[in-house]
Write a protein that binds this ligand. Structure first.
Ligand code: JBZ
Length: 223
């Protein structure tokens, strides 16, 4: 899979692409990511990428030309272009799975108060939002998508069973985990986890998972 990420803040996204699981996935060739600086197609001496909104009002709007001129040369027949936008499809596990099956994903990060509507209408295939909170721009949202999608690619996670148990976690909350020491500051690990009884351990974990999901995320419990 190849991802092109379009932004006015390449320096903000680069460090995240080099670290951890993402960095390894890029190094071993499971995924390639290229970051494109929108300012290279900015207008005038100051390489401006924004302007005041038609109709008036506060704030600035991203101009269409730098975005079209950056994205169009990247597009191939199989490309899918996503605009990170607060009004987009909510990004959930199912969306990550759908995007992970693509060969070429183009992520366009908005900034300022918004992006000229012609970008969403005529350049992008879909708008995606990572949640109901206010961000200053799409960069962090794009990185969330890159990380979630990368983990789903074949060969990225060393241990495929951890992927299986976490796909469960996208539809239900995980059970509590413990490691050594068995007692810390007087707080003990549940006895069942030290019992060696694998069936009892599995049962305890299933019960805790169901209990947590019902109380904290009833929206995930489908009847
Ligand atoms: C997002 C104007 O650029 C923005 C602003 C907010 C924002 C995004 C892009 S993407 N919020 C989200 O995923 O919620």
């Amino acid at each position: 899979m190849h991802i092109d990420l379009v932004t006015i803040f390449p320096e903000l996204v680069h460090p995240h692409l080099e670290a951890s699981l993402l960095g390894k996935a890029i190094q071993n060739g499971s995924i390639s990511v290229r970051v494109h600086d929108l300012r290279e197609k900015g207008r005038g001496k100051h390489r401006s990428v924004d302007d005041a909104p038609f109709g008036g009002g506060a704030g600035m709007v991203m101009r269409p030309e730098p975005i079209f001129e950056t994205v169009e040369p990247l597009k191939r027949a199989e490309s899918y272009t996503v605009l990170l936008s607060p009004r987009g499809t909510l990004f959930r596990h199912e969306v990550a799975q759908r995007l992970s099956r693509l060969d070429h994903l183009i992520l366009v990060c908005g900034r300022y108060e918004g992006v000229d509507e012609r970008v969403a209408e005529h350049l992008c295939d879909e708008e995606v939002s990572i949640g109901d909170f206010v961000l200053a721009g799409g960069e962090i949202a794009a990185l969330v998508i890159v990380e979630a999608v990368t983990r789903l690619l074949p060969g990225v996670l060393g241990n495929p069973t951890s992927l299986h148990s976490e796909s469960h976690a996208a539809g239900a909350l995980e059970y509590p985990q413990y490691t050594r020491p068995a007692e810390y500051r007087g707080w003990s690990v549940p006895d069942v986890l030290l019992s060696g009884d694998h069936a009892e351990v599995a049962r305890w974990r299933r019960e805790r998972s169901e209990e947590l999901t019902a109380t904290r995320r009833p929206d995930l419990v489908q009847e």
